[in-house]
Design a protein around this ligand. Structure first.
Ligand code: ADP
Ligand code: MG
Length: 234
């Protein structure tokens, strides 16, 4: 369970002589145990926002808090520890290690954590892959690989799960299946989820929707009766 708050977060990139503003004064709050969706068109700053929340990139200005820890004030060393123990990442293209089996991919992540990690076998069973644990990523479908990545992110028991377009490379049925797994785990573990997407249909399953445009938060809507993944109209 993580409470996230950002205040006036700024990030620019320099491309030759051009300065590109990726985040232009972002402020937001995400409550512990929320399933939050960051929604916005391509280029609106979603990935930058997620990477900063996860300590993969640093902001140029503003303040980012995870609980009472200030991410924006951390040294490189502290950020490494933060990423390893406090955050689980799920990416569009899974980023599994191809030479390790599903079980080894999940176990490696669990072993690196100093938190009370979940049993990797239990986690793989939890995402419906009890009979695929000894398969290599190349022997699994896209949806199965993403479920391994979800098990990997959750096995180390981080308080915060960050997912960047996790269903972006999937057909609709597989995407629903993956969202179902994430939504169930969120309700069960009360871990805070932040999912980034450009697909407004997906935002229907969120407790909180943060709409981005041109590096700014356009609005934040709390949804007291979110849809189930099967109910959304893709
Ligand atoms: N490493 C980078 N170098 C230069 N520009 C970048 C970099 N990463 C992102 N940008 C620019 O910042 C803006 C926001 O990008 P991004 O956060 O990836 O948006 P989104 O994920 O919403 O598509 C875009 O204009 C993008 O081109
Ligand atoms: Mg992106």
């Amino acid at each position: 369970m993580s409470q996230i708050s950002m205040r006036d977060v700024r990030k620019t990139y320099r491309m030759g002589n051009n300065i590109i503003t990726a985040l232009d004064g972002v402020s937001l709050q995400i409550e512990p145990g929320d399933f939050a969706v960051v929604l916005g068109p391509s280029g609106s700053g979603k990935t930058t926002l997620l990477n900063i929340l996860g300590g993969l990139e640093s902001a140029d200005g503003g303040e980012i808090l995870n609980g009472d820890e200030s991410i924006s004030a951390m040294s490189e060393n502290k950020l490494t520890t933060y990423r390893r123990h406090q955050v689980g990442f799920i990416f569009q293209f899974f980023n599994l290690l191809p030479t390790l089996t599903a079980l080894e991919n999940v176990s490696l992540s669990a072993e690196m954590s100093n938190r009370r990690a979940y049993n990797p076998v239990d986690m793989l069973e939890r995402v419906g892959l009890g009979d695929r644990m000894d398969h290599y990523p190349g022997q699994l479908s896209g949806g199965q690989q993403q479920r391994v990545a979800i098990a990997r992110a959750l096995a180390k028991n981080p308080a915060l799960i960050l997912a960047d377009e996790p269903t972006g490379s999937m057909d609709v049925a597989t995407g629903i299946d993956v969202l179902r797994v994430m939504r169930d785990l969120n309700r069960e573990t009360q871990q805070t989820f932040v999912l980034v997407t450009h697909n407004s249909a997906i935002a229907g399953i969120a407790d909180r929707v943060i709409r981005m445009g041109s590096g700014k938060v356009q609005n934040i809507i709390q949804n007291d009766s979110p849809f189930e993944p099967e109910e959304i109209d893709w």
